[in-house]
Design a binder for this molecule. Structure first.
Ligand code: NAI
Ligand code: MG
Length: 499
């Protein structure tokens, strides 16, 4: 269906009721302080709604509710099959309301409606279904020990879990966090990003509708430092914290977690090498490079932000790349024709434009973009698709996460040279290699120090496949069976059989 006029929006009803509240112990409540904050439409800078600003007092309440639900509620006594049914029901409800969620996501985050509709929503739904399937398959083991004993292990939930998520894939990140935590029988407090709280709040409504017992899922909107995020990470009665966001924030989360030594998993930034050899299928690699950096306005932790081009194809590749980048239709996310929307916030827009200046100062050559569009789009947080050539791997734009539509093109002459440069970076979330030589492909897959490698593709994802970082991109793996490890702990039981 066409969603071009705001009056057509299915999500209008949801937006008309405000301020949005916190979900604590199965009830929608105002923040203890009574404070609210505004969330804006990045395409227009207009306020969408007011949202309750949760703080330390609200986190305390939410942790109490989650603890009660974990220790005393029906959740832990429920059969695995019943828990699975709740997760399947949630996925079904999300599917039923998918268009409303897609609109909300696009309004709050700015991303093209086609991406919300065909990427974020289906992937979030499938993530819940995937983990619903796991609930009935979790098991312990029996071990061969001295025959005077019987030993078995129990795989148990970690307990009360805090989850802090970013704004680039608001609903999908909530699904990656909630799916496995709930499948494993934990209770949780979700802290959505302050820029994009809306789909998490709407998801909270569906969680209540699905019939999850009260206090199993608590949603506290608010800010990070000295606010809800920090209080959650510091809380002495939270057993685990899962965080996705900036590396600097990740470091703080580790510090905060020290009080009770809660378990921590971190999914942080990236600076992925996207390596194109001269023998690659050039058109496919051009498309992959464009998608690798401009998808979601470049606000992707695994974005292919360092494009290494082999000398022999460098100029021709760059010409094709420039042509495609300039051809991307930029506009408001709700416009069906939009291929690249606004950045999430004014802060991010300014951050990217600042990196443009840094790049110029370092001697990189601007190929296209490097500024915000004028005219109708000037009121939103837009940045034109930007390409720099002649970038050196040591430059700041090749080393720091820009998190925007800014591509650094770095030429290379030999396998040895590119192999060394690809890993000369603090991050290690992902990498890609384009070549028709099977040996080269596998050699690079093994050589690149990163948690995900794509060969002749980019941004391939599936809930069954683990995702996470090497080096400063964090630790722990989300998705797949690996996420089950993050949200369970093993108990070993010894039984004396001796006469
Ligand atoms: P951020 O890491 O500050 O925010 C992410 C989440 O953490 C939000 O929910 C925020 O409220 C919370 N938070 C922030 N400070 C906190 C604290 N001290 N204690 C507890 N929670 C805290 O990221 P931000 O500032 O929105 O973006 C800055 C940069 O971070 C981006 O330009 C990008 O480079 C990177 N980033 C990476 C993401 C990824 O997926 N790896 C996602 C978002 C941002
Ligand atoms: Mg921050």
């Amino acid at each position: 269906m066409a969603v071009t006029l705001e009056k057509d929006l299915i999500c209008k009803d949801f937006l008309s009721k405000q301020p949005k509240k916190l979900l604590i112990g199965g009830k929608w409540v105002d923040a203890e302080s009574g404070k609210t904050f505004e969330t804006r439409n990045p395409a227009t800078d207009e306020v969408l709604v007011k949202v309750a600003e949760g703080g330390k007092a609200d986190i305390d309440k939410a942790v109490k509710a989650a603890r009660k639900a974990f220790e005393e509620g029906p959740w832990r006594k429920m059969s695995a099959a019943e828990r699975a049914r709740l997760l399947f029901k949630l996925a079904d409800l999300l599917e039923k309301n998918a268009e409303e969620f897609a609109q909300l996501e696009t309004l709050d985050n700015g991303k093209p409606i086609k991406e919300s509709r065909y990427v974020d929503l289906p992937q979030a739904i499938e993530t819940f279904r995937y983990y619903a399937g796991w609930v009935t398959k979790l098991e312990g083991e029996t071990l061969n020990v001295n025959s005077n004993f019987f030993n078995y292990t129990l795989r148990e939930p970690v307990g009360v879990v805090g989850q802090i998520i970013p704004w680039n894939f608001p609903l999908l990140m909530a699904a990656w966090k909630l799916g496995p935590a709930l499948a494993c029988g934990n209770t949780l407090i979700l802290k959505p990003a302050e820029q994009t709280p809306l789909t998490a709040i709407r998801l909270g409504e569906l969680i209540c509708e699905a019939g999850f017992p009260e206090g199993v899922v608590n949603i506290v909107t608010g800010f990070g430092p000295d606010s809800a995020g920090q209080a959650l990470a510091e809380h002495m009665d939270v057993d685990k914290i899962a965080f996705t966001g900036e590396d600097k924030t990740g470091r703080k989360i580790v510090e905060y977690s020290g009080g009770n030594l809660k378990r921590v998993s971190l999914e942080l930034g990236g600076k992925a090498p996207n390596i194109v050899f001269a023998d690659a299928d050039m058109d496919a690699a051009v498309k992959g490079a464009i998608m690798g950096i401009f998808f979601n306005q470049g606000q992707v932790c695994c974005a292919g932000s360092r494009l290494f081009l082999e000398k022999g194809i460098h100029d021709e590749f760059l010409t094709k790349l420039e042509e495609r980048a300039k051809g991307l239709r930029q506009g408001p996310g709700l416009d069906e024709k939009t291929q690249i929307g606004p950045q999430v916030s004014k802060e991010q827009q300014e951050r990217i434009l600042n990196y443009v200046n840094i790049a110029k100062g370092e001697g990189a050559h601007l190929v296209c973009g490097g500024e915000s569009p004028t005219g109708d789009l000037a009121k939103g947080y837009f940045v034109k698709p930007t390409i720099f050539k002649g970038v050196k791997n040591e430059m700041r734009i090749a080393q720091e996460e820009v998190f925007g539509p800014l591509l650094s093109v770095i030429p290379f002459t030999s396998m040895e040279e590119v192999a060394e440069q690809a890993n000369k970076v603090n991050f290690g979330l992902s990498g890609a290699v384009w070549t028709n030589n099977i040996k080269k492909a596998h050699k690079f897959a093994s050589h690149i120090k990163a948690g995900t490698i794509w060969v002749n593709c980019f941004n391939a994802f599936d809930p069954a496949v683990p995702f996470g970082g090497y080096k400063m991109s964090g630790y722990g793996r989300e998705l797949g069976k690996h996420s089950i490890e993050l949200y369970t702990q093993i108990k070993s039981v010894w039984v004396n059989l001796a006469d």
